[in-house]
Ligand binder design. Structure first.
Ligand code: GDP
Length: 522
């Protein structure tokens, strides 16, 4: 197969959701599809679900302290699928956001009983900022949830994106009858126990379906659907691919219901790897020369192995084991001898990979997050990875004052690598670390001890809202512990506001001072 064909059959995406919306359950289902394809005759395993569960537990086991954004890949229906897991829960960190720089589309899961929740909103914002196409799966239709129209309206209003329901549910919970599949022009009837059947629209008036079609729930859904057909937005694949419209699928990952139809439609519509901007212009994914960028570095948490793994998104060409590449930042040549690809069941060493694939490469302490690797004579760097708004801030102190030299060295290196963000109190020269999630502090503490032999302590200063000041508008007398004045790595002045209220109060009192939100999404 040509590089062009290999690239075009790749579908690389992340699943985002608020904890408990059903990401693990849905991912498990998708892995099941992968296994089914790889070894025929596992239909029984599919039914019982045992096959995938054990795979999944294996992944969890390998994750150990669970800092990985796991990558799972499998062939499906002629495509090569790469799923990047974005951890929720306490694993939330800048890695979670950066993972979104390495995908071509996103599946957003929403719990039908809850609607849009905090974490979904944050992750969505990052997708929007990057113009990533978003497909929505509204989960848990097997339970009494909120009205479908209500949910769509919430998505449109809160996330400011057009919705196009790909299917329309008739009932929910115990009274769930199935969905109108608008794309396939058929009614998918749910019989419980993983059993479903399909009735083409043209046959719905046949007498054998009268029991269904005379059901009031069915009729109500049918009326809603007519309304949507007349007054709702038109489906537009261009709008989907540019991130203006999200196709919405209703279903249940657990039942399961509607997962396979969802996945088939998603996979056929989701974009293949796109060209990417670099310092030498746009690089096409089927360019024969290999290139890629590092979006995550994982330190090995096992004290017996100090080595680290860098996660690289291949952006062009073909990767082969032993390939000689150049680290664009330093111009040094590196032979990529040890590399691994992450498959559902194990970390296999890989022989080749193409644009769209994610590979793990051994990091002998030379890589930084955002680094570009290019093959042979090429020389360019991909656009810098965006910075993400830190939400939590802590002062960091070395337990032993005698170790201040290692302490500084460790902080400098870990900050430079992109593990955490650094701010300095403008007077006391004390260090303040900013992070997206708690996990980053744990990893920082662990690595300071293991790699730099320094024990550190934290002094939380809580969730804060950072706003940057123009250099000619810095009046130090206006700030205190409540609204702290600090400097970022480039020595720019930043105010860490205690909360929304303090921020508004300050704005009212000092209307002339411009407060810049570096992370604002237009
Ligand atoms: P995650 O935190 O997003 O990974 O969510 P999980 O996949 O772990 O699911 C959270 C809980 O919701 C678990 O108890 C699941 O069994 C349950 N769940 C997931 N999908 C469904 C569904 O479609 N229907 C129902 N009733 N429960 C579900």
């Amino acid at each position: 197969m040509s590089i062009h064909d290999e690239v075009n059959r790749r579908k690389t995406f992340a699943i985002i959701s608020h904890p408990d919306a059903g990401k693990t359950t849905l991912t498990e289902r998708l892995l099941l599809f992968g296994n089914l394809i790889r070894s025929a005759g596992t239909v029984k395993a599919k039914k019982s679900g045992k096959f995938a569960t054990s795979d999944w537990m294996e992944i969890e086991k390998q994750r150990g302290i669970s800092v990985t954004s796991s990558v799972m890949n499998f062939p499906y229906d002629g495509y090569q699928v790469n799923i990047l897991d974005t951890p929720g829960h306490e694993d939330f960190s800048e890695d979670t956001y950066r993972t979104l720089t390495a995908v071509d589309s996103v599946v957003m899961i929403i719990d039908a009983t809850k609607g849009i929740e905090a974490q979904t909103k944050k992750l969505f914002k990052v997708c929007r900022m990057r113009g990533i196409p978003i497909f929505t799966f509204i989960n848990k239709l097997d339970r009494e949830g909120r009205e479908p129209l209500d949910l769509l309206e919430e998505i449109e209003q809160v996330l400011d994106i057009e919705t196009y329901p790909m299917n329309w549910p008739a009932g929910m919970g115990k009274g769930f009858l199935g969905v109108f599949d608008r794309h396939g022009k058929q009614f998918v009837q749910y019989h419980g126990n993983e059993d479903e059947s399909v009735i083409p629209y043209s046959e719905l008036d046949h007498s054998e379906h009268e029991e269904l079609t005379s059901n009031l729930t069915y009729q109500a859904a049918s009326d809603e659907l007519s309304l949507l057909d007349e007054a709702g937005d038109q489906f537009s694949i261009d709008d989907v691919l540019s991130g203006k419209q999200t196709p919405v699928f209703f279903g249940s990952a657990l039942a399961p219901f509607g997962v396979e139809t969802f996945f088939d439609t998603f996979i056929s519509m989701a974009p293949a790897p796109a060209p990417r901007k670099s310092t030498e212009g746009v690089i096409q994914p089927d360019n024969p020369d290999f290139s890629g960028f590092i979006f995550k570095i994982q330190a090995n948490m096992n004290p017996a192995h100090r080595d680290r793994v860098a996660f690289l998104r291949v952006c062009s060409g073909k990767f082969e084991r032993g390939l000689n590449v150049k680290l664009a930042r330093t111009n040094k040549m590196i032979k990529l001898a040890q590399s691994q690809q992450f498959v559902a069941s194990s970390r296999d060493s890989i022989e080749e990979a193409y644009a769209g694939d994610i590979i793990g490469i051994y990091d002998p302490n030379v890589y930084q997050i955002g680094d570009t690797l290019v093959e042979g004579k090429e020389h360019f760097e991909y656009d810098e990875l965006p910075q993400f708004p830190p939400e939590q801030f802590k002062k960091v102190i070395a337990t032993n004052v005698m170790k201040s030299k290692q302490f500084k060295k460790g902080i400098d290196q870990l900050v430079q690598e992109g593990a955490i963000q650094l701010y300095k109190d403008y007077r006391a020269e004390s260090y303040i670390l900013g992070a997206v999630g708690e996990l980053q502090y744990e990893v920082f503490q662990y690595r300071m001890k293991n790699e730099y032999n320094v024990e550190v302590m934290f002094e939380p200063i809580g969730e804060r809202i950072p706003r940057w000041l123009k250099s000619d508008q810095v009046d130090k007398s206006l700030f205190d512990e409540r609204n702290m004045l600090v400097r970022d790595r480039e020595n720019n002045y930043v105010v860490l506001f205690k909360n929304d209220f303090s921020l508004r109060w300050f704005k009212d009192k000092n209307p002339k001072i411009e407060l810049i939100d570096l992370f604002e999404v237009n």
